[in-house]
Design a protein around this ligand. Sequence first.
Ligand SMILES: N[C@@H](CCC(=O)N[C@@H](CS)C(=O)NCC(=O)O)C(=O)O
Length: 196
Amino acid sequence: MYTVIGAVKSRAFRVMWMLEELGEDYAHIPAAPRSADAYKYNPSGKVPALKDGDDVLTDSVAIMAYLADKHGKLTAPAGTPARARQDAMLFWLIDEFDAVLWAAAKHSFVFPEELRRPDVKESAKAEFQRSADVLAGRLEGPFLMGDEMTVPDILAVHCINWSIGANFPRVDDKLGAWAKSMRDRPAVKDAQARGD
Ligand SMILES: N[C@@H](CCC(=O)N[C@@H](CS)C(=O)NCC(=O)O)C(=O)O
């Protein structure tokens, strides 16, 4: 059985959602970032981590990719052009969504006060809005990569949820309706219930 380390209100939610979609059972340790439990599984104190037998894996996106490959679901097969396109979407989302939200978070509450530059948040919001518009333009099928749900869907929706919590600009109606339909999936509700 898997063990997910990380509070539900952190990037650990991505891994929990993924495991729910896969129908895999897991234990959950709701460790806060930089808590003793977080350091126990990751020397950087970051969450999430995933324990799979004797192996401890870190980084939400690496963990999701590992699980997708291991179970042969929510991914195009490795070594195919479809997979390269899926990975390109994943890395684009890390650059343009996750990194931008994280920069704003660092300058809001992560960095010590003397290192915070609050005006960074304004450019981060503008950058996010531009990227959200690009993503809305690319969304054609029921899922980001077309007919099948894949790992980038989880990453994108988690970042859109994060953007709402961080008071970023609302994404446009098309992207917002899509994100809501993803949020309504039973796997999301089940992962949320594990965190309650
Ligand atoms: N790229 C990593 C980022 C992990 C990360 O920064 N997690 C946050 C919580 S969502 C954290 O643990 N922050 C504490 C810190 O940066 O020291 C991932 O996707 O797992």
